[in-house]
Design a protein around this ligand. Structure first.
Ligand code: NCD
Length: 304
């Protein structure tokens, strides 16, 4: 991790990932038992700074910080001085002068937390930067796969959808490739640049859903990131017909395949309700694991 923060998965060592995933288990009581609160971060202040829309990631970081006893405040761009024209560096310097112990940040510009962490001597946790990375999402995804499969090694994971604009896809590719997972990326050719092949050795690219799904242990669906597409002609309604995950696909998949999605899901766009709500769906397990994984990350970032 850079200077105590967590900026991306690409630069993490496998040992560090293993430690975070193992620690996250300590924060999850067995089913049916009440959630525990800890005081490991008592006296620490965490600022959650979200310049882009978020429900689960922001709430998840906030709950994680509170369960560790930290003081946490969440700021969204719409209600901050960013909407009065303040620059990003000025906003960050202002917050820095209040001496928080860590900043959790989401921004539409790729590299924004990397850039700012050079200016402020505070650990930054990247909660999603543009189309670049979303490290805690990949960590919670790995935890979810481990819970269901017991291992990552030797699995085949199909990541399907708007690959071009997905920081979730990139972080997952970086993480899964450190564990020898065979990865297939699938989507319309216009949303899957050939360069994606260079993210990690051995990645397969296809526009054929059935080819991606056959033999997969995990199907990871992605939302179409319309907010990052500047062409006005995206055929949103036809998309489901070609790249939406539907019950007929599940018949071609392994019987024990798990279906994941980082959320928010768009029912009838990239996934059908039947599949999203089925036994094979791990979508809510991902959300649940997200809190525990973020507790492990915040503890590590603030106490190391
Ligand atoms: C993802 C994100 O923001 O990158 N969502 C999330 O954090 N759970 C994916 C998305 O918005 O589609």
């Amino acid at each position: 991790m850079t200077k105590g923060g967590l900026l991306d998965i690409e630069s993490l060592e496998r040992d560090e990932i293993d430690e975070i995933l193992a620690r996250s288990k300590d924060f999850q009581p067995p089913r049916g038992e009440p959630i525990k609160k800890y005081d490991y971060l008592r006296g620490k202040t965490i600022v959650n700074l979200f310049f882009e829309a978020s429900t689960r990631t922001r709430t998840s970081f906030e709950i994680a910080a509170k369960r560790l006893g930290a003081d946490v405040l969440s700021i969204t761009a719409a209600g901050s001085s960013v909407s009065k024209g303040e620059s990003l560096v000025d906003t960050l310097n202002t917050l820095g002068a209040m001496r928080p112990d860590a900043i959790v940040m989401r921004h539409s510009a790729s590299g924004a937390p990397h850039f700012l962490s050079r200016y402020l001597p505070i650990p930054f946790v990247n909660a999603g930067d543009g189309t670049h990375e979303h490290p805690t999402q990949a960590l919670l995804d790995a935890r979810t796969i481990l819970d269901r499969r017991g291992t990552l090694e030797g699995l085949r994971v199909a990541i399907i959808g708007d690959i071009a604009h997905s920081r979730v896809a990139r972080s997952n590719v970086f993480l899964l490739s450190k564990y020898g997972v065979s990865i297939v990326l699938c989507g319309p050719a216009s949303l899957m640049p050939r360069e994606m092949k260079e993210l990690a050795p051995g990645i397969e690219l296809t526009s054929d859903m059935v080819q991606a799904i056959e033999g997969a242990d995990v199907i990871m669906m992605l939302r179409v990131q319309l907010e990052r597409q500047h062409e006005t002609s995206f055929p949103a309604n036809e998309y489901f017909q070609f790249f939406g995950l539907r019950p007929e696909h599940m018949e071609k998949a392994k019987p024990d395949v798990i279906v994941m999605h980082p959320g928010p899901i768009n029912r009838g766009r990239e996934i059908s309700s039947e599949v999203a709500d089925s036994q094979r769906s791990a979508i809510l397990n991902q959300v649940e694991n997200g809190v525990a994984v973020r507790m492990a990350v915040l503890e590590r970032v603030l106490l190391q």
